[in-house]
Design a binder for this molecule. Structure first.
Ligand code: ZN
Length: 359
């Protein structure tokens, strides 16, 4: 592999895998749903039975591919829209805590509507996912929407029944975006959508507690998994203050598109303290360098026009090829490298992101 260029992840490989999984499942006629079905509401149960009747669905193992049966049942989506969901096969497969029935129920009647007028949101907003009517509302014509924006919204839908609504906004958006980047972007380590700083914060949390805990939290909506890990290095009280502080920073950022320096410094004093504790026994130069990279990048949130500051930062300091979730990326990038972006790519991102956002 050529150094200092981003390797493009082949989409063809993913697609082949998806198709073969689906076909092999279709061949087995003895399947029925048994695994992990919540019976809390009658409506939910009825929906499950409907699916079970129409399709020979899978058995006792927590088989993530079962999600695809629900997707196939969806009368509202066309094949190109369904293909975007099938492309997320690895994301579904690699999350041990994802419940395919919970995800499937949402995907079974997901709608996507295009070309709506945009009254509530800024003109730059392209799409939102609304759990209220389980619809991705797109404020553009179909052909104008980049697929990774659609994937971001589809991931919201997949996790909607799990518990993500309990979680802070920054965490939901950052994790959704990081999953989109790793599983559905040609530039997986480069955040070029609406949530660069949220994504950086989630990367920092992954460094603090491990990406498995972050994913577990995202899946079941319980911040306790992260807090418990933090409490191994800092006190319960400090953990609570830190998590509140992160939330405050990002709430302010959401409203103002920049954050007061004091707020930011307070939050970073906790991460500094945490990492000093973490590395004091075994200081690893690479790890410390990477922590500083993330920390200094987050400081740009205090600047006016913070997105341009983000771009300038990654242009000057480069980006790290460190995957957190995708097994394919982890196999490809076993040693973290710092890569520098080529000017045309940076230019494209700059023009693209300032005018296009999603929620
Ligand atoms: Zn979102």
């Amino acid at each position: 592999m050529k150094k200092n260029t981003l390797k493009q992840i082949g989409k063809i490989g993913l697609l082949t895998l998806t198709i073969s999984t689906t076909i092999s499942l279709l061949g087995d006629q003895d399947y029925h749903i048994r695994y992990g079905i919540p019976t809390s509401t009658e409506a939910f149960q009825t929906m499950l039975e409907e699916v079970e009747e129409k399709t020979p669905v899978t058995t006792d193992s927590n088989d993530k591919a079962r999600v695809f049966y629900y997707v196939m049942e969806n009368p509202n989506l066309d094949e190109s829209e369904k293909a975007m969901i099938y492309d997320l096969a690895d994301m579904l497969k690699e999350n041990p805590n994802l419940n395919p029935d919970l995800a499937g129920i949402a995907l079974k009647d997901l709608r996507i509507s295009y070309g709506e007028s945009n009254n509530q949101y800024q003109d730059s907003t392209i799409a939102i996912y609304s759990s209220y009517d389980n619809t991705i509302h797109v404020f553009r014509r179909k052909e104008e929407v980049p697929s990774k924006i659609m994937v971001h919204e589809i991931i919201h839908c997949i996790y909607n029944n799990h518990g993500t609504f309990h979680l802070p906004d920054y965490f939901v958006e950052g994790t959704t975006q990081l999953l989109t980047d790793e599983y559905a972007s040609e530039t997986p380590f480069l955040e070029e959508s609406s949530y660069p700083y949220e994504t950086i914060m989630v990367k920092l949390l992954c460094e603090m507690v491990g990406s498995d805990k972050v994913l577990e939290t995202f899946t079941d909506g319980n911040l306790g998994h992260i807090e418990k890990e933090l409490e191994k290095k800092i006190s319960k009280e400090e953990t609570k203050t830190f998590m509140e502080s992160v939330n405050n920073v990002f709430q302010e950022y959401k409203q103002e598109r920049r954050v007061g320096k004091e707020q930011l410094e307070k939050m970073l004093s906790y991460t500094d303290y945490f990492f000093i504790n973490k590395y004091k026994k075994e200081p690893t130069r690479e790890k410390i360098e990477y922590y500083y990279y993330l920390r200094e990048l987050l400081k740009e949130m205090a600047e006016e026009d913070s997105y341009t500051h983000y771009l300038n930062y990654i242009e000057e300091k480069g980006i790290y090829t460190i995957p957190y979730f995708s097994t394919e990326l982890k196999n490809t990038y076993q040693t973290p490298e710092k890569v520098y972006l080529e000017k045309p790519l940076l230019k494209r991102i700059a023009s693209y992101t300032n005018t296009q956002q999603n929620v």
